[in-house]
Design a protein around this ligand. Structure first.
Ligand code: SF4
Length: 355
């Protein structure tokens, strides 16, 4: 088991539950827009949010955003260590850096006492916040590329060198990510890291995963297979689109892996020529109106009674379409009938009544 870090009170690693992360796509210096998006993400089930810090204006905005954010915030820093220092001063709960590109940008000796990394490590240690070593296969340091090429081995090597730099600066409050847009390489890199160096909590993600359907498939394969193998402590699904979709997909992945601590799992049939209800509408309505439910509950929505209750026997509660009405069942046992024009309301009442 890995060591545990704390991100603004959210525990990561060391046996803690799997937390969900996302990233804002607002301009960070636009404080109102950023806060609004963070609140939406928190409501959708996001545990930790990351914000890009491309310049000092963004770094200086973090304090005001943090004051209004309901969830811990991670500052995402590249190249300029002074942005990391300002983000820490502004109250960021964690920073994500790639020590490699900060080192190269400033051209200094990373192991020297006064190096940019040592300043960042000292500030993070003083603020008692962790640092994520965020390795991306697309930005490996030149000497690693020369030796390993773009590979899982190269990614792990880059992570280890970054960890060593931080350790040399007497800093060990670290988590690690090893992301690639290639799902197979992502899986290999995390497996290798877990196998060889299990000390540090792992932030899982497949980067640049694309539009929502592609992102869901890639992330379910990449993140999901790792989680199923017991690897990973916190996850971020990358989606081209609204960040709330990232949280939605992440929740589904955790549910499917049996790792969600609460929430509604919808089982719905694909529908066929036997379907007696407006299946898609009912499933969508129940999905959207049960998002806020924290208790773990499995709800089945089946188009007909021929196979419906039997196929969804392990659901806590469900319906199966009939001619003019639907059958309500609990744990596969028929309870009563619901009139066909009142399916959504009565099923919602039953779900809430069951809580
Ligand atoms: S539950 Fe009924 S409607 Fe749904 S796919 Fe099966 S047979 Fe078809």
């Amino acid at each position: 088991m890995s060591m545990q870090i704390s991100v603004g009170g959210v525990k990561v690693g060391g046996g803690a539950g799997i937390s969900i992360q996302s990233m804002t796509n607002t301009k960070t210096h636009d404080i109102a827009a950023s806060v609004e998006q963070i609140c939406g993400l928190a409501e959708a089930g996001c545990d930790i949010v990351r914000l890009a810090v491309p310049d000092m204006e963004a770094a200086r905005a973090l304090g005001k955003i943090r004051a209004q954010s309901p969830i811990p915030m991670v500052a995402d820093i590249h190249f300029d260590y002074r942005l990391a220092l300002e983000a820490i001063a502004q109250g960021a709960d964690k920073i994500r850096i790639n020590p490699g590109n900060i080192r190269f940008q400033h051209g200094g000796d990373a192991n020297a006492a006064q190096s940019p990394i040592s300043e960042v490590a000292a500030a993070a240690r003083k603020a008692k916040i962790p640092i994520r070593v965020g390795i991306n296969s697309g930005s490996l340091p030149p000497e690693i590329l020369k030796k390993h090429g773009i590979s899982a081995e190269g990614m792990v090597q880059a992570a280890l060198e970054s960890i060593l730099i931080l350790n040399t600066c007497d800093f060990d409050d670290i988590c690690v990510s090893l992301k690639s847009s290639d799902v197979r390489r992502t899986i290999e890199a995390y497996r290798l890291m877990h196998e060889k160096y299990p000390r540090y909590p792992l932030h899982l993600g497949v980067t640049e995963a694309g539009l929502p359907i592609a992102a869901a498939v890639k992330s379910a394969l990449g993140i999901g297979s790792l989680l199923m193998s017991g690897i990973g402590d916190t996850i971020r699904v990358s989606v081209t689109g609204a960040p709330a979709r990232e949280v939605e997909i992440a929740r589904e992945i955790l549910t499917v892996c049996g790792l969600n601590e609460g929430g509604v799992e919808i089982i719905s049939c694909p529908g066929c020529g036997r379907c007696n209800i407006d299946l898609v509408n009912v499933a969508n309505e129940i999905r959207s109106k049960t998002r806020g439910i924290k208790r773990k509950i499995k709800v089945a929505i089946m188009g007909c009674a021929v196979n419906g209750p039997g196929e969804a026997r392990d659901a806590d509660i469900g319906i199966a379409g009939g001619a003019g009405d639907v059958i309500l069942f609990k744990k596969g046992v028929k309870v009563r009938k619901i009139a066909g024009d009142n399916i959504i309301n009565e099923l919602l009442e039953e779900i809430h009544g069951d809580l």
